[in-house]
Design a protein around this ligand. Sequence first.
Ligand code: AMP
Length: 178
Amino acid sequence: MSAVCVYCASGPVEQRFLDLASEVGAALARAGHVVVSGGGNVSMMGALVTSARAAGGNTIGIIPKALIEREVADLGSDELVITETMRERKRIMDERADGFITLPGGIGTLEELFETWTGGYLGMHEKPVVLLDPFDFYAPLLGWLRELSTTGFVSQRSLDRLLVTASVDEAIELATQR
Ligand code: AMP
């Protein structure tokens, strides 16, 4: 059993994105993994934790005090940690997770993805960092980063540290490998 931190959007309600988050939550739960999340119950974040629990899984939410209303704190969570700051939230999410999966999201999600990814390639942690991208949502970003690797701004080694897949099952397998 592993704890997997899932980063995803707090905004959109387009069905295919909500469905993806639900699918990931349920699949993690069925595989016996704990879901670590930002502790909100909106948009994809909400779909993720609701479906994880509906499938019998455990969820841990970590939310800063200032976002309790805005992100609708996930009161149904098996464990809800309320932090003073965003930095504390991120530290605890990182500490509680054995691996990370990022789904489509906005700038908050991107910030979290880049922090765990850069931390990984700099050798600050050994945890798997997975990008689950079945809709090619991240294709423009990944294309740009690959272009940058030809100029030396981004090393191939750092690109290789990010595990990109379109498959939910493979994402979970990758994120829970030790
Ligand atoms: P978004 O992808 O912008 O919808 O945000 C997804 C989640 O990331 C939300 O729970 C945000 O509170 C969170 N978030 C936003 N900014 C940051 C940040 N600087 N560090 C960590 N999480 C953040």
